[in-house]
Design a protein around this ligand. Structure first.
Ligand code: BGC
Length: 733
């Protein structure tokens, strides 16, 4: 029975503005004024210098690198006469990218975005951003292509590992934290890929159909929050089309939503090869990146010619320059230039990656408290997943490798020039070594898992069997289903049948199916755990740290539960990154099926039972959240560690229903570390957009009873608390 707390709210019926507006940093007036002055001083021939860039990779056609370019994703020529630096751009979602080993310098690979998000810890994510930004600076980069904020709408998306979560609040707050961390180094970060770039299959031509309210309440809201909190200098528009328009050529996405409604002051850069024509300029694109991949360098000569004849285009060109230079000045690229050859403290940076991996590991199952393993375990069979060598990482432009390069490369074969990049990379730092170190008295034997019979024999002889299962994902292709590749499901089933103390360690870039789950003793999801992942896994297995990760994404019980059991185009297109659709193929994807009910909201609205719900994660201790009370949009409660070891809980506050209509939504969260027996009061302020509908060009909250509950996860909610809130309506911002 809901506890009714009727609180007279001071919320007026019609309020212009919202709490969101308070989050906005004032535009850097000084930078904007200086940028305007620089644009005034530009000669006509200088005006298209900053509006396009090259793919800065020596092996790409047309990419003759200027002397001051660093081989990486991109380079934009500067204007030395006016003191505007060149832009040296590197991919940076999970660290400074390695780009197929073209540069041999290496960097510190962070765990997957999903691991970062499993920490539900913005401070840690900010520190990780600051770390990768400092490494980029030390290499001379001043623009980081980071801040992946697309929602995880499909658990099969090849880039799920780069993204954060299926929830706009969790994604937006964490993306903002990562961006703020990166930019604390006086360099620019993007937020990307704007917007609705939620699948890789046919990513260059798939047309996403979605109504405005659904888009504003889901994917766009994640970007809006990420931009408010992180203030990225640039927004990277996406490859896909949205409602019939290329995202980089979409007046609605770029001019209306981003620049008019959100008052975004920075510049929009395109994804590499995502610009269909010069029309993108009037539709809000400011910079054509990697222009060598597009049919034409539209933002070079054609743009200059158009501006010479058309005053509207000339004004737009000035605006493009003001935005680009304003972002350069606001971040301080000119005053505090990044120069190559800086010092990188790999030990300190590795410690950041280790902490993120530790906080990102999610304990999914722990029958009979088999974990944590006792340091006096007598015999352990470690099986599969190259656990004797390292931990797997994800592929594509975000691939990072350590200075020593990968410990293992598994070529994936195939045909054509791109195949040289199709390799699974395992970072050095073997889980096997870390397990041996944690259990010095145990006999630890490794089997590669290639032969099931051999693995079963080893498992039978040992007290404990730990199976490492890896699933590679990459930019450019979605996975066809959620099985573990290379027969690993059968391997796990056989080992679990042979040894009742079988523990499965998953290193996956997204949700997977677990047909063998009931036969196992324990399962941990370690995602792609980064530079020090092997250590982090052992730390959790042996209880050096309490597992505190919570799933940022729903693990479905089957593909039938998804809004789209089949991804459009899957199997019909040779490569996900094909630039144009095969003849006759029109690829559309209907995101209105679930609309804004992404992930757990879809499961709640359809009463579906997932394999593991959003927010789920076990611990070696236990917690309670008591005394939930709401006053207006402020929630208070107390978290308590009721167990016997130190740990961290993630308090999750959910909206349950509004004005009598069920509507589940995460409206706040807090990660709190607690000693055994300790408690801490928590206060959360709810962003009203999370309670509102987008309607007729603004946000609307119906008046009435709002029911909230703390949840262990999205499907286990505690005592509901009801509060009466007045209806209100407001416009952006
Ligand atoms: C990716 C972007 C990346 C760019 C530059 C594109 O293929 O979608 O995320 O920043 O390449 O490497």
């Amino acid at each position: 029975m809901a506890r009714i707390t009727t609180v007279a709210t001071a919320l007026a019926l019609v309020i212009a503005g919202s709490a969101a507006a308070e989050n906005r940093a004032p535009a850097d007036g000084d930078a904007q004024a200086r940028a305007a002055a620089t644009v005034k001083a530009m000669r006509p021939d200088e005006k298209t210098v900053l509006t396009h860039g090259i793919m800065a990779m020596p092996f790409f056609p047309g990419a003759t690198l200027p002397a001051d370019a660093i081989p990486a994703a991109g380079y934009v020529t500067g204007l030395p006469r006016l003191g505007v630096p060149a832009l040296r751009e590197t991919d940076a979602s999970l660290g400074v990218a390695w780009i197929g080993g073209v540069r041999k310098d290496g960097a510190t690979p962070l765990p997957a975005g999903l691991a970062a998000a499993s920490s539900w810890n913005p401070e840690l994510v900010r520190a990780a951003g600051a770390m990768i930004g400092s490494e980029a600076r030390a290499k001379g980069f001043n623009v980081m292509l980071a801040g992946g904020a697309d929602l995880i709408r499909d658990p099969r998306n090849g880039r799920d590992f780069e993204y954060l979560s299926e929830d706009p609040w969790l994604t937006g707050t964490l993306a903002g934290a990562a961006i703020a961390g990166i930019q604390s180094n006086h360099i620019i970060s993007t937020i990307k890929h704007y917007a609705l770039n939620d699948q890789e299959t046919g990513r260059n031509f798939v047309d996403i159909h979605i109504g405005e309210p659904a888009a504003r309440e889901s994917d766009l809201l994640a970007f809006e929050i990420g931009i408010e909190r992180g203030h990225p200098g640039s927004v990277m528009c996406a490859y896909n089309l949205v409602n019939g328009h290329h995202a980089c050529d979409s007046d609605w996405l770029l001019n209306t939503v981003l620049k008019r409604d959100w008052r975004y002051p920075g510049f929009v850069m395109s994804d590499w090869g995502a610009v269909p024509s010069l029309s993108a300029a009037m539709n809000g694109l400011d910079q054509q990146s990697g222009a060598t991949l597009d049919p034409q360098v539209f933002f070079g000569k054609p743009l200059a010619e158009a501006a010479a004849h058309d005053p509207a285009m000339a004004a737009r060109l000035d605006d493009m320059n003001r935005r680009i230079i304003g972002a350069i000045y606001a971040a301080g690229l000119d005053r505090d230039p990044a120069t190559p050859g800086g010092h990188i403290d790999f030990a300190a940076d590795g410690a950041v990656a280790l902490e993120e991996a530790r906080q990102g590991i999610v304990l999914l199952r722990n029958q009979g408290h088999v974990l944590p393993l006792a340091a006096n375990a007598r015999s352990i069979a470690v099986i599969g997943g190259y656990a004797d060598s390292g931990v797997i990482s994800g592929g594509g432009s975000s691939q990072v490798d350590t200075p020593d390069g990968p410990a293992v490369r598994v070529p994936l074969g195939g045909e054509g020039p791109i195949t040289q990049f199709l390799q699974q990379h395992y970072h050095p730092g073997a889980p096997l070594d870390a397990i041996k170190a944690a259990a010095p008295g145990a006999e630890v034997h490794f089997r590669d898992g290639n032969y099931v019979a051999e693995a079963v024999t080893a498992a039978r002889k040992a007290d404990i069997a730990i199976v490492f299962a890896t699933a590679w994902r990459s930019e450019g292709e979605d996975v066809p289903d959620l099985s573990l590749p290379h027969g690993q499901d059968a391997l796990i089933a056989a080992v679990a049948a042979a040894n009742p103390h079988t523990i499965v360690v998953l290193e996956t870039g997204g949700p997977v199916a677990m047909p063998w789950l009931d036969a196992t003793a324990a399962v941990i999801e370690a995602w792609y755990p980064g530079a020090r992942g092997g250590q982090a896994i052992a730390d959790v297995l042996f209880g050096k740290v309490d597992p505190s990760g919570r799933l940022p994404v729903t693990f479905p019980a089957s593909l039938d539960q998804l809004p789209r059991p089949r991804i459009a185009g899957m199997g019909e297109i040779e490569s996900g990154i094909a630039p144009v659709a095969p003849r006759g193929l029109r690829l559309t994807e209907d995101y209105d099926i679930e609309g804004a009910d992404v992930g757990y909201r879809w499961f709640a609205s359809r009463h579906l039972q997932p394999l593991f719900p959003f927010g789920f994660g076990l611990s070696y201790t236990s917690f309670t959240g008591d005394g939930l009370a709401l006053a207006g949009l402020e929630a208070r409660f107390t978290l308590r560690n009721t167990g016997t070891v130190a740990g961290a809980d993630v308090a999750q506050l959910y909206l349950v229903s509004r004005a009598g209509v069920p509507s589940q939504r995460l409206v706040g969260y807090a990660r709190v570390a607690l000693a055994p027996g300790a408690s801490q009061p928590v206060r959360l302020t709810i962003d009203p957009r999370l309670l509102a509908d987008w309607r007729d060009g603004g946000w609307t909250m119906p008046g009435g009873g709002y029911v909230f509950a703390l949840g262990d996860d999205a499907s286990r909610l505690g005592t509901p608390v009801t509060i009466r809130l007045a209806g209100r309506r407001w416009r952006e911002p």
